[in-house]
Design a protein around this ligand. Structure first.
Ligand SMILES: Cc1ncc(COP(=O)(O)O)c(C=O)c1O
Length: 595
């Protein structure tokens, strides 16, 4: 296996593993070019081919100390040498358990009593069971764009824009799942009817719901800052109002601290934002890289587990390896008045400032949004506005550019989460930051030379596309025409706009746009082909890119008996005509066949 290339191993891996280790909308660029890592230390990892990377993936959050922090490793080694990784939950305990629980209760505002599990997913389900048992009520509230693990009752669905009754999650009006990032087949039939799904940061929607149904709602569960989604911040006063209404209606307020726990500080987001929930769920960073999670909260809610009327079993609950890793992590983080947090803040500040400077220098519209320990680079604008909602975000973001940046950075030895998320850690050094900014400069210079512009700049009043910017049509247009020169864009767009007025086209684009969200990577791949060509060829190529994407949607995503005549979208003749203007007819036809 030593002599096999990453390409060969990727192929093997994809044959052996179903969907990889996680398949939560992982872009094709990743699944088709997997990195196989054989060494990790501090803020860096090395792949099988000997390439070195600065790692800001941070294991998707847990690695707040970086890889193999010496004190953390020492504590675990000591456990392995003298004790056991697992002794039998519920029957045998160790003094580590007591020490950890005492520390957690000291640091975390809502924690009066704790219950441990293994994954964040489990902790969330435990919180829900405790809340239902405590209140005797059936429903809970969750918010769109938030992620709370992979169980049916917290995964997917769309908010009902005008609910006539209880605001359960709905599927897309066309029963097309693609708009819904957390869509999965195989959910229990009633899963969407366990919770009310509300838009984030819409206090009126929350007030109306609890006013009408408060006596049937057990819990409201949310990330205080939506770290899973561009760090959308809570609007000023929003969390406080939720707290107030939860108290008024006897609803249990539960903050999902699976990402924020220990990452933003030892007291989590609840301490940072000064809002104390009734219970909270923790995971990821609390054990610094070993699977471990916990629910913590008010004594009377947690104590329901004491009389065994609420069950919380689990072979590995409170397993010594997890407890020891969490204990080591909290000790390191608490040392020297939180010196590690000061270091991470410094790293993050230098990264955010440096990346913005490099972007500005290269004429790339980009801004960052984050909280201590996690931030996003968002391409499409250099706005200084705080982003609270998806609608607001849509005005600024350019999904296509960030994927180009992401892959450019990986090629230059910098790893970050696809989606633009960065997790700085205790292990990142000045050298790591320098290397990162150097790479960013190189990648952004290349992007800059392609004429990437701020989203708003393209659509002036005299632009034929004006008016489409804020609609779902826009993404498609931008993705395909945004890279073209202004004149060609106008010409192509004018033509395209004629098509737009036809209802069949509207429907086709609606579907295509939803497809584009899921197929972001596929679009990027096609765009790469476009990038190979220069000047006017782009116009014709852009059309074929669109056609190809549409064909993909027809073949893969539409039900076989869908009546939509999406073929109007597959206008090959037009593409051939355009191509013919720039290449010979034969060449064009060959190209079209190949593509
Ligand atoms: C906020 C939040 N809650 C819950 C979970 C689920 O945690 P796990 O993946 O450990 O099951 C995640 C995972 O990303 C998360 O981000």
């Amino acid at each position: 296996m030593k002599n096999e290339t990453s390409g060969q191993l990727t192929e093997k891996f994809n044959q052996l593993f179903a969907g990889g280790h996680t398949n939560y909308r992982v872009p094709l660029q990743i699944t088709e070019n997997r990195l196989f890592i054989n060494k990790a230390q501090g803020g860096r990892v090395w792949d099988l081919d000997g390439r070195e990377y600065v790692d800001y993936i941070g294991a998707m959050g847990p690695n707040i100390l970086g890889h193999r922090h010496p004190e953390w490793v020492e504590a675990i080694k000591e456990l392995l040498d003298t004790y056991s990784t697992s002794v039998g939950s519920g029957i045998l305990q160790s003094t580590d358990d007591i020490e950890l629980a005492e520390r957690l209760i000291r640091h975390i505002p809502c924690a009066e009593k704790i219950k441990t599990c293994i994954t964040g997913t489990e902790a969330v389900q435990m919180a829900l069971r405790l809340s239902r048992a405590y209140t005797g009520r059936p429903y809970f509230i969750r918010f769109s764009g938030h992620y709370h693990g992979w169980m049916d009752n917290v995964l997917g669905g769309l908010t009902d824009p005008s609910p006539t009754g209880k605001p359960f999650a709905v599927q897309d009006p066309d029963s097309d799942p693609i708009e819904d990032y957390c869509f999965t087949k195989g959910k229990a039939a009633n899963a969407n009817n366990e919770s009310f799904l509300l838009p984030w940061n819409d206090i009126e929607a929350f007030e109306n719901t609890v006013e009408k149904y408060g006596d049937q709602i057990a819990m409201v569960h949310f990330e205080a800052v939506v770290c899973n989604h561009f760090c959308l911040m809570p609007k000023p006063g929003y969390l406080e109002r939720i707290r107030e209404l939860c108290t008024k209606y006897g609803i249990i307020m539960s903050i999902d601290e699976v990402i924020t726990g220990f990452r933003v500080g030892l007291g989590g987001a609840q301490e940072l934002l000064n809002v104390t929930p009734d219970i909270a769920t923790f995971g990821k960073a609390i054990a610094g890289g070993v699977p471990f999670s916990a629910v913590m909260g008010k004594k009377e809610i947690m104590a329901q587990l004491d009389d065994q009327l609420v069950l919380g079993p689990g072979t590995f609950n409170g397993y010594p390896l997890g407890i020891r890793a969490a204990l080591a992590t909290v000790k390191i983080l608490a040392k020297d008045n939180g010196a590690v947090y000061q270091h991470i803040a410094e790293v993050q500040n230098q990264l955010e400032t440096g990346l913005k400077e490099v972007a500005k220098k290269n004429g790339i519209p980009m801004f960052t949004q984050g909280i201590p320990g996690v931030f996003f680079t968002i391409f499409g604008s250099d706005t200084e506005q705080v982003i609270y909602t998806d609608d607001q975000l849509e005005e600024f973001i350019d999904y296509d550019v960030y994927m180009q940046f992401w892959s450019g950075m990986q090629e230059n030895g910098i790893l970050q989460l696809a989606g633009g998320r960065w997790y700085p850690s205790a292990a990142h050094s000045t050298t790591d930051i320098e290397k990162t900014l150097e790479a960013a400069d190189k990648v952004m210079a290349a992007l800059g030379s392609k004429g990437i512009k701020a989203k708003g700049e393209i659509l002036k009043n005299d632009d034929p596309l004006v008016g489409y910017r804020k609609t779902w049509v826009d993404d498609i247009l931008y993705m395909e025409f945004g890279k073209l020169t202004k004149d060609i864009a106008i010409e192509a767009a004018t033509d395209f706009k004629k098509e737009l007025d036809r209802p069949e086209t509207q429907k086709a684009i609606f579907i295509a746009r939803k497809g584009a969200k899921v197929m972001g990577p596929a679009f990027s791949k096609f765009s790469k082909e476009v990038d190979k060509y220069e000047g006017d060829h782009l116009k014709a190529l852009a059309i074929t890119v669109r056609n190809k994407a549409a064909r993909f949607i027809v073949e893969k995503l539409l039900p076989k008996d869908d009546p939509t005549d999406i073929r109007i979208f597959l206008d090959e003749e037009k593409a051939v005509a355009w191509l013919s203007a720039y290449k010979s007819k034969e060449q064009s036809e060959i190209w079209l066949k190949e593509n």
